[in-house]
Each structure stands twice: as structure tokens, then as C-alpha cells.
Unconditional design. Sequence first.
Length: 136
Amino acid sequence: MARKQRASTGGGGQEIDLTPMLDVVFILLIFFIVTAQFIKEPGVPILRPDVDNKAQAKPLAILIAITENDEVFIDKKEVAMVEVGFTLKELRLDNPRGEVVVQADVNSSAETMVEVMEAINRVDGSTVINISAKTN
């Protein structure tokens, strides 16, 4: 009886399936994207005053920017002074524990900043208002 001999292929004939590893990589990628905290920008260039205080605000703060022309920007959108309180109420629904940070340009008027702070106090009198400045 003749026996059949197997031709050796030299590599063992087994392949590694990479599909489960790719699934794990994509799940980790999605996890890191969802849990990442992105830094919010005011949407307009602001020249902040210099200070020695180095206290940092949390990255998920509600940013209110006041330009040198006394224009008010909230969430990268220009907002009229009469709508500041209403816009802040809407943002509070999405971010109830977020800190309020006011970024005022050096050349903006103090009157505009006081009006913004009064509008914030009318909406929520217990809110601590942080003033953003450039650290040395």
C-alpha cells in the first residue's frame, strides 16, 4: 500500500486572526474620545491682563468673553447684553456645576464687565464668578 506523503509548507499553515485585537483597539479609542475633556476657547482673541495669582479654572467652565469693543461672546457666539442672562440659563441646564469664567480684554470697559456680572448674579446669585487673566 502506498502512503501519501504530505508536502511540508514550512510555515506551519496557521495564521493569526487580528480581528479581536482591532475590536479592542477601536473600543479603547471610542472610550478615550468620549471621556476626554476638551479645552474651551472664547472664540475671539482676548488680551488678558497680567496677574500673579495662578489659580486654574476647571476646563468645563462656562466662558464669557468681552472684547476690546465691549462685545460679549458666550460659547463662541456674540450675545447682546440683554440676552446674557437667558443664554447663561440655557448653558446651566447643560452644565449645572460648571464654573463661570469671564475673560475681559484689557481695553474693554469696566462698565460692560459689571453689567455681565450683574446679569450672572440675576440668574444665579450663588454663582462664583471667576475673572480670567494672563499669568506671569
